[in-house]
Structures are given as structure tokens and as C-alpha cells.
Design a protein around this ligand. Structure first.
Ligand SMILES: [Mn+2]
Length: 285
């Protein structure tokens, strides 16, 4: 059964995109409003050309670097925290482009709705952000995260999630049964979320087994597109079963997103080409 693509997923935690048009994918904005507006402009231009264009945002939209990190590495971290503006911007886009803008939860986002508190730049980044916001802004942020997806499947072979799923994920129905956060004693739910939200990578054979199992009755998922990691080159692929594109933690000129044709099949991430599918966020960089 393929979940309908709708602005509201009605409690579903995963969808499969239709075999029409194209999808843009980026990840880990971490409060960078300039990167968000650039990607939004790319999505809007692409959708004006082809209404069947989708945009998948692979989590960790919140939590910009601290002042000391900005000073230490301005080429990577020298930007103001626009976490709330990005969340509000995504919700506005979901209203303006129904069923076309898909938000997938990251571990930093999860920290705002009961997940483990992240402490990359502050001892409790969710608290540090929420204290700067009005109560209705906190509620808007949490509403986006509560309704988030955990995974997006595509007919072209790319499975998308924030982190790298482990073998606890053996059927997609398990995602729809999950509470966020999992109920007390739901060890399987916790293990699934740990992979999806916080694992940096799995061995090639593990990813291959997970994708094979979750593909049953669906278009075959051939490789994982994920975020949650950094590389100053703007993207990396450790094996053909996986690729990570990077905004946060890469210099401006190196930042990448993917554009995948939903009407074709990519055998693996090795089929993705620089400047065709693996694209620079900024052309002028
Ligand atoms: Mn992350």
C-alpha cells in the first residue's frame, strides 16, 4: 500500500512519492536562513517549470552554532539563528504547495517534542532556542515536528531519512505504530528511532538488508539518502548503498543538494553525477 501524498499525512510517518516529476533533497539547515531561502527559491523555480516537483527536507532545521563557534569558524558557522523562521517558512510552503513539501524529522528537531536533548553547541539546545521564542512560536515549531515524516520512499530507488536505519527497521508499518517519543518499554521503537535519527552510517550489507526488507510490496529501494553528518566537500558516499549531501558544516561554495528524476531508476548512489543530480546550493560560489 502506498501512502497518499498529502499536506497532512494523517498520522503516517512515511510516504512513497509518485513516479512523476522530480524531487529536490537537502538536509541539516541548522538555522541557516540564507540556505533555506536559496533552496526555497530553487524549489519554487523548479515547480514553476514542472508542477510535479517535490522537495524533501531531511531534518535538523533548527539549532545554529553558538557565538564562540561563529567566531572560531566563520566560513562554516558565521550566520544568525533563524530556526523559527525556517520552521514557519516550511509550514507556509506546505500550505502553498499542498502535497509537495515533505519534512522528515532530525534528532535536533525531535528534541523539541520529547526526544533526547541535543548538546552540540549548548547544554540543552532545545531549551536555548525555545527561551527566545513566544509561546505560539514554540507551538508552531512543535506542530511541524509532531506531524513530521520519518522516511520518504521514491520510485527511482532512493530511500530518504535523516540518519541511517539499522536492522531494527524491518517493516514500514512499524513507523506508523510509533509514538514520538516511544511509549515506556517500547524497546523496538527506540531502536528504530536511534538508527533513523542518530546513526551516522551502517555497513553496506546492513543498509542493503534493511532496504530489501522495507521494499516488500513497494518500488525497490536501492540506496539511502541521508543527512546528520558533515563533510567539507559538501557530500560523501562511503559505499554505493548510501549518499549524504551537506549544507551545515560545509563552506558555502561546497554545499550540495540532490535533484532526482522520479521517472527513472538509479541502480545505486554511484549512478548520481556531479552537476546533474548532485548540485551546488549556490551557483555563484
Ligand atoms: Mn542530526
Amino acid at each position: 500500500m502506498i501512502a497518499a501524498v498529502n499536506a497532512s499525512y494523517r498520522g503516517r510517518r512515511w510516504i512513497c512519492l509518485p513516479a512523476r516529476g522530480a524531487v529536490l533533497v537537502n538536509t541539516d539547515l541548522h538555522g541557516n536562513g540564507e540556505d533555506f531561502r536559496q533552496m526555497r527559491a530553487r524549489f519554487e523555480a523548479a515547480r514553476a517549470r514542472d508542477p510535479e516537483t517535490h522537495w524533501v527536507i531531511l531534518g535538523d532545521i533548527v539549532h545554529a552554532p553558538s557565538d564562540s563557534a561563529r567566531l572560531r569558524k566563520p566560513e562554516l558557522y558565521g550566520y544568525p539563528d533563524e530556526s523559527y523562521a525556517i520552521a514557519a517558512g516550511i509550514r507556509a510552503l506546505q500550505r502553498d504547495h499542498p502535497g509537495r513539501v515533505h519534512f522528515v524529522l532530525g534528532n535536533h528537531d525531535y528534541a523539541h517534542i520529547g526526544g533526547p536533548r541535543t548538546r552540540k553547541f549548548y547544554s540543552d539546545e532545545a531549551a536555548a532556542l525555545e527561551i527566545c521564542l513566544a509561546p505560539e512560536q514554540v507551538e508552531e515549531l512543535r506542530a511541524l515536528f509532531r506531524d513530521a515524516l520519518l522516511a520518504v520512499l521514491t520510485p527511482c530507488g532512493a530511500f530518504m531519512s535523516h540518519g541511517s536505519p539499522n536492522e531494527s527497521l524491518d517493516e514500514l508499518a512499524a513507523l506508523d505504530e510509533l509514538s514520538l517519543p516511544p511509549v515506556e518499554g517500547d524497546a523496538r521503537g527506540r531502536a528504530i528511532l536511534e538508527g533513523l535519527l542518530t546513526a551516522y552510517g551502517q555497513r553496506a550489507e546492513v543498509t542493503a538488508r534493511v532496504l530489501e526488507r522495507i521494499s516488500r510490496g513497494l518500488p525497490r529501494q536501492r540506496f539511502l539518502v541521508h543527512g546528520h553528518d558533515r563533510d567539507e566537500d559538501g557530500w560523501f558516499s562511503y559505499h554505493p548503498g548510501q549518499i549524504c549531501v551537506v549544507c551545515f558544516g560545509a563552506p558555502r561554495r561546497a554545499r550540495r543538494y540532490l535533484r532526482l528524476d522520479l521517472e527513472t531508476t538509479y541502480e545505486s548512489s554511484a549512478a548520481l553525477r556531479e552537476d546533474v543530480e548532485i548540485l551546488r546550493v549556490y551557483d555563484d560560489a
